[in-house]
Design a binder for this molecule. Structure first.
Ligand code: FDA
Length: 529
C-alpha cells in the first residue's frame, strides 16, 4: 500500500512537468496548505484541522485548457482520483475531499485540480454573449459584464466568490432569476474536457451531455473548461431594498404567510425573498418582549415609483416606504447583495468570512397555513445560530419546462427554502468545531418541516448539496452498478432532479464517462462501470 502510494505520488509530478505544467504543489511542500485552504469555504472541511479528512496528494493549478487536459491525464496516469474545484463553495466540500463510492476514504489518493488561475471573462457586448472560464467567480463575471456595457447583466447567485464551474453546473439561482431564469438556462455553449482528455464543445459532446452539464451537478461529467453565456438586458436603474419588520410572532407569521401568495406572483421584474434568523440574540426568535424580526431582500428591474406602485397594491402588509428603497445600477446591486461596499470588490476572490456550516433545502408548492408559520417561527427560536431563506420562484422560472434542463423545480413551486446552521471553532454544541449538536438540530428542523413541503419526492436543490439525502457510499455494499443507480434514483437523484431527469442524466453519464472517472459522494452513476 505505502510503496504503491509513493510510486503514484512520484509519477504525478514527472508527468505534469513533462507536459509543461509547473503550477502545482505536493503535500508537504511549503505552498501546499495555503493553496489548498484558500478556496475552502466551509471550515467543516478545512484541512488539516478536521484531522480525519484525507488530504490530496497535490493541488494543481492549470493556467489554461491544455494544462487542464494534461492535469486530468496525469492524474489518471498516476492512478489518482480527481477533484475539480472552481470556487470551493460546495456545502459538503465535494471539490476537495474524498469519502465516496464505498471506498475506504483514508486510503483514497487524489488530486485537486483547482481552476482559480483560469478565470478569464471575455465579453462581446455586440452579441450580448461572454465566454467565461470556469474558475471565474460570479463577482468577476458581473464586474466584467458591467464594465463592457451598463445595460447588460448575467443572472446568477448573489455571493461574489462562488465559482462559475460548480454554480452553473448545478443551476444557479439569483435575484434576476424570476425574469431571466437560472445561470444554466443561459448557457449557449461549453467546452468540456472529458476523462480521456478530449476537448468537446456543444456539437461534439452532443445534446444529451450538453443538457446534463447545465444543471446536472458538477463533478460527474468531466471538467467544464469554459461556458458561453447569453447576457441579458437590464435597465440602467434598478431599485433595491432590504426592509426589516419586527413584531409579535403572530404579526410576523401573518406577514410571512401573506408573502407566500405574493412572492411568486409578482411581475417577473420583481424579486422579494424572506430571511429568517434562527436562534441567537438579534433574530427571528422571540426576544424578551416576545417580538421577532423578519428581513426581506428586494430587487426591482425599474424605478422606485414602479416598485412602490406594485408593492403597495400587491403587498400592502409590508408597508414599504420610499426612503427604504435605493436606486442603483445592476452591478451596484450585485455588490450590495454580495455584502460588498464597492463594485471593485466584486473582483476579489478572497472570502471575508468563513464558518463551519451545514445546509439543507426544500421546495414549497402550497402556502403553509398561518398558524403553522407561527409554530415554525417559535421552533426556530429554540435553535442555534443559523438562517432560513425563502426564495420566490414563479415568473420565467415557471415557464421553463421541468425537463428542459436537469433542474426540475419549475411550474408549481412557490418558493425554495434553504436552512443553514453556522458555528465557529470551539463553539459548544459539538466540540472541536464539529458542531454535531447543531447539525442534529438542523436535521430535526428538517423533519419538523416535512408536512409543509414538497413530497414524493421531497425535492432539494443540487447546488445546496446535502449528503444527508443519501450518498453513493451508502451503496458501497451493493456491487452491481444498476443497484447503485436505483439507490441514487430513490434518494438524492429524484430529490435533486426528478426521476425522469435522473434517468436521462444516467444515460448522459454512461455516454460521456462510462468508467466513472469523475465521481463523488453524489455524482451521477453510469449504467455500467
Ligand atoms: P466548488 O468548486 O466547490 O464545486 C462544486 C462542485 O462542482 C464540486 O462537485 C466540484 O467538483 C464541481 N465542479 C467545480 N468546478 C467544476 C468544473 N469546472 N467542471 C465540472 N465540475 C466542477 N447557489 C445559488 O444557486 N445561488 C446563490 O445565491 C448561492 N449563494 C451561495 C453562497 C455561499 C456563501 C455558498 C457557500 C454557496 C452558495 N450557493 C448559491 C451554492 C453554490 O451555487 C454551490 O455551492 C456551487 O456548487 C459552488 O460552485 P463553486 O465552483 O464555488 O464550488
Amino acid at each position: 500500500q505505502h510503496c504503491d502510494d509513493r510510486v503514484a505520488a512520484g509519477s504525478l509530478p514527472s508527468c505534469l512537468l513533462a507536459a509543461g505544467v509547473r503550477n502545482f504543489s505536493l503535500a508537504g511542500s511549503p505552498a501546499y496548505d495555503a493553496l489548498l485552504n484558500f478556496s475552502i469555504q466551509n471550515l467543516r472541511f478545512a484541512l488539516p484541522a478536521a484531522g480525519a479528512v484525507p488530504r490530496p496528494a497535490a493541488v494543481v493549478l492549470p493556467r489554461g485548457r491544455s494544462e487542464l487536459t494534461s492535469a486530468v491525464l496525469c492524474a489518471r496516469h498516476a492512478s489518482l482520483r480527481i477533484r475539480v474545484r472552481s470556487g470551493g463553495h460546495s456545502y459538503e466540500g465535494l471539490s476537495y475531499t474524498v469519502g465516496d463510492g464505498g471506498d475506504d476514504a483514508d486510503r483514497v489518493r487524489f488530486v485537486v485540480i483547482d481552476l482559480m488561475r483560469m478565470n478569464r471573462v471575455r465579453v462581446d457586448a455586440a452579441s450580448a454573449t461572454a465566454w467565461v472560464e470556469s474558475g471565474a467567480t460570479l463577482g468577476e463575471i458581473y464586474y466584467a459584464v458591467a464594465s463592457s456595457s451598463s445595460s447588460l447583466a448575467f443572472p446568477a447567485g448573489s455571493c461574489s466568490t462562488v465559482g462559475a464551474g460548480g454554480h452553473i453546473s448545478g443551476g444557479g439561482f439569483g435575484l434576476l432569476s424570476r425574469k431571466f431564469k437560472l445561470a444554466a438556462d443561459n448557457v449557449l455553449d461549453a467546452i468540456l474536457v472529458d476523462a480521456d482528455g478530449r476537448v468537446l464543445d456543444r456539437s461534439s459532446m452532443g445534446e444529451n451531455v450538453f443538457w446534463a452539464i447545465r444543471g446536472g451537478g458538477g463533478g460527474s461529467w468531466g471538467v467544464v473548461y469554459a461556458w458561453k453565456l447569453r447576457l441579458v438586458q437590464v435597465p440602467n436603474t434598478l431599485t433595491a431594498f432590504t426592509p426589516k419588520r419586527t413584531g409579535s410572532v403572530d404579526a410576523i407569521a401573518g406577514l410571512v404567510h401573506r408573502w407566500q401568495y405574493v412572492g411568486s406572483a409578482l411581475p417577473d421584474e420583481f424579486y422579494l425573498s424572506v430571511f429568517l434568523t434562527i436562534g441567537g440574540a438579534s433574530s427571528s426568535s422571540p426576544s424578551r418582549d416576545g417580538n421577532v424580526t423578519v428581513s426581506f431582500t428586494g430587487l426591482v428591474l425599474g424605478s422606485k415609483e414602479l416598485a412602490m406602485s406594485v408593492l403597495s397594491e400587491r403587498f400592502p402588509e409590508l408597508g414599504l416606504a420610499e426612503p427604504e428603497m435605493s436606486e442603483m445600477s445592476w452591478v451596484e446591486s450585485a455588490a450590495r447583495f454580495a455584502g460588498l461596499s464597492s463594485t471593485e470588490e466584486l473582483t476579489s476572490r478572497a472570502s471575508r468570512t468563513k464558518h463551519y456550516a451545514k445546509s439543507k433545502s426544500d421546495y414549497v408548492r402550497s402556502p403553509i397555513a398561518r398558524g403553522a408559520v407561527a409554530a415554525i417561527l417559535r421552533y426556530l427560536a429554540g435553535g442555534p445560530a443559523g438562517y432560513v431563506i425563502l426564495d420566490p420562484y414563479g415568473g420565467a422560472m415557471a415557464r421553463e419546462g421541468s425537463g428542459d434542463t436537469p433542474f426540475p423545480h419549475r411550474a408549481g413551486n412557490l418558493y425554495s427554502v434553504q436552512y443553514g446552521v453556522t458555528w465557529e471553532a470551539g463553539d459548544d454544541g459539538g466540540g472541536g468545531g464539529g458542531g454535531e449538536a447543531r447539525m442534529a438540530w438542523l436535521r430535526a428542523l428538517y423533519a419538523y418541516m416535512a408536512p409543509h413541503v414538497s413530497k414524493n419526492p421531497r425535492a432539494a436543490y443540487v447546488n445546496y448539496v446535502d449528503l444527508d439525502l443519501g450518498t453513493n457510499a451508502l451503496a458501497g455494499n451493493v456491487s452491481s452498478p444498476s443497484s447503485s443507480v436505483s439507490r441514487a434514483r430513490s434518494t438524492w437523484g429524484s430529490a435533486y432532479f426528478s426521476p425522469a431527469n435522473f434517468d436521462r442524466l444516467v444515460g448522459a453519464k454512461t455516454l460521456i464517462d462510462r468508467s466513472n472517472v469523475f465521481s463523488n459522494a453524489q455524482s451521477i452513476p453510469p449504467l455500467q462501470i
